[in-house]
Ligand binder design. Structure first.
Ligand SMILES: CC(C)(COP(=O)(O)OP(=O)(O)OC[C@H]1O[C@@H](n2cnc3c(N)ncnc32)[C@H](O)[C@@H]1OP(=O)(O)O)[C@@H](O)C(=O)NCCC(=O)NCCS
Length: 166
């Protein structure tokens, strides 16, 4: 079935919440904070890009991008996540379609790049790399990744929007 990627619209909030909970529930690393983080970003005006994947009229996936600070630089950098696909719809390319569309939107908007914390085995395919210049608390460097849109590199400590720390 064809999958359409479109921006979040009013009325999508509950299904985004439910699918985020369902996607992260089986993940051992999850503390259950992902759905409240998305709601917090939305309330704070920090949901810079919020896309849903629609298949057969149903929302089956979601990705959020929000502003991040890197070192002293607070403009032009965005963090990817949370990203979720309904468990029974995973491994059909929906997550990749959401991420690629979000990255294209950020790139077209003149952003400097995108950063994230996640499994390099998954994010490598989108061009994310860990070059050791970016850090997040005391996390091993391999999980702290960036995708540069221009010549400026992401160097320093990465700080997410306040909704990530409530
Ligand atoms: C991560 C997620 C959004 C990917 O969505 P998806 O629609 O299944 O992804 P795609 O179909 O585009 O890609 C699937 C590929 O990614 C791989 N993949 C998915 N999660 C992965 C992970 N954590 N590490 C490594 N590879 C992963 C799959 O093995 C598959 O690879 P293959 O095609 O070589 O078999 C989805 O698996 C999900 O919702 N997971 C639970 C929530 C989560 O972990 N979010 C990310 C937190 S960092």
């Amino acid at each position: 079935m064809a999958v359409i990627i479109r921006p979040e619209q009013p009325g999508d909030e509950q299904i985004i919440h439910d699918l985020t909970v369902a996607a992260f529930e089986p993940m051992s690393f999850s503390d259950g904070s992902e759905a409240p983080i998305i709601a917090g970003l939305r309330n704070d005006g920090d949901l810079s890009v919020s896309l849903v994947a629609v298949s057969g009229g149903n929302i089956v996936g979601h990705v959020a991008f929000s502003p991040v600070t890197i070192g002293a630089e607070s403009h032009g950098w965005y963090g990817l996540g949370p990203v979720s696909v309904w468990p029974e719809k995973q491994r059909q390319g929906i997550g990749s379609a959401l991420i690629n569309e979000g990255l294209a939107i950020l790139r077209a908007s003149g952003a400097k790049g995108c950063v994230l914390i996640g499994d390099p085995a998954y994010y490598r395919r989108f061009g994310f790399r860990s070059d050791g210049n970016l850090s997040y608390q005391d996390l091993p460097a391999q999980y702290v990744q960036s995708l540069l849109f221009g010549s400026e590199s992401a160097t320093g400590q990465m700080k997410f929007s306040p909704a990530f720390n409530r």
